[in-house]
Design a binder for this molecule. Sequence first.
Ligand SMILES: O=c1[nH]cnc2c1ncn2[C@H]1C[C@H](O)[C@@H](CO)O1
Ligand SMILES: [Zn+2]
Length: 357
Amino acid sequence: MSPTLDEIRRAPKVLLHDHLDGGLRAETIVELARESGYERLPTRDPDDLRQWFEEASDSGSLERYLETFAHTVGVMQTRESLARVAAECAEDLAADGVVYAEVRFAPEQHTSMGLSLDQVVEAVLEGFERGSRGREIRVGTLLTAMRHQARSREIAELAVRYRDGGVVGFDIAGAEAGYPPTRHLDAFEYLQRENAHFTIHAGEAFGLPSIWQAIQWCGADRLGHGVRIIDDISVSGDGGTKLGRLAAYVRDKRIPLEMCPTSNLQTGAAASIAEHPIGLLRRLHFRVTVNTDNRLMSSTSLSLEFAKLVEAFGYDWDDLQWFTVNAMKSAFLPFDERLALINGVIKPGFAQIKWQP
Ligand SMILES: O=c1[nH]cnc2c1ncn2[C@H]1C[C@H](O)[C@@H](CO)O1
Ligand SMILES: [Zn+2]
């Protein structure tokens, strides 16, 4: 029997790639816009707004997809709104059965009403703490720098400053074409000297050179998306595969791929779930993880992403557990804490679901 959406919701899941400003509740956006006097929302009806985000994000272009964030970032400019959005994020993920999440956002985008970078981070950390309290979820924060801006070193320093307060790593995001990872080499070298962890959005809207730079120049621990690694794998008529040097390196080094299937369809990185490179990469035993990217823009949840993969590839509980353990192994948490979650929460949780009549 293949796993149903309801059953998947009850399984303990791990989410490594989820944007705070891409996961707001539509009702919350409308309320925050009203309270703050934000006038530019396309509609004030939550149902229409939810649909607007999904449709506007479905253009086949990452650049157009990113334009929709103006409306979520626009209502996240005060301590209260940031803390509320973060608390609701933790609540929503816990309700979906996520037991460990790393949620990212770009502090530099939340200072237009006068908050300092430190105040922004503190508000979000407080929100995650509040939303997680009493629930079976732990949330780590990743600080993102926008790749078209020039504040990555500053944001990297911010991440290190809050490393003992809930920030577990760093990331760069935004339009990929024209903004290669090496533009931010200074930030990555600083983080390496500080023994800090980081992931890089790479191989989503640009190909192998972006992935190569992220790994071989910048030293990324993980790849955000990384779907274009497929360009370095040739598949012959009889189904045989041959890995190029970069693809072999990524697999040999067990570099985690934070794959986000639905988001990739919307930005044109893949044509359909069934044709998504995740199928081949899983078969070839790359360290694949499954993620949401932006739950609002993609109208999705981690459970729904898994359910779509079950439908397209016929995955069973062992596959879903494999993706989940991969994600937990790849988290930016200390080794002993990762192990405790794998052995104490993930494996028993999947065993219970697998064996219940
Ligand atoms: O999939 C993505 N690729 C590149 N950038 C992205 C993606 N999803 C969200 N972002 C951007 C828009 C957000 O404002 C920013 C920080 O979360 O990250
Ligand atoms: Zn992303």
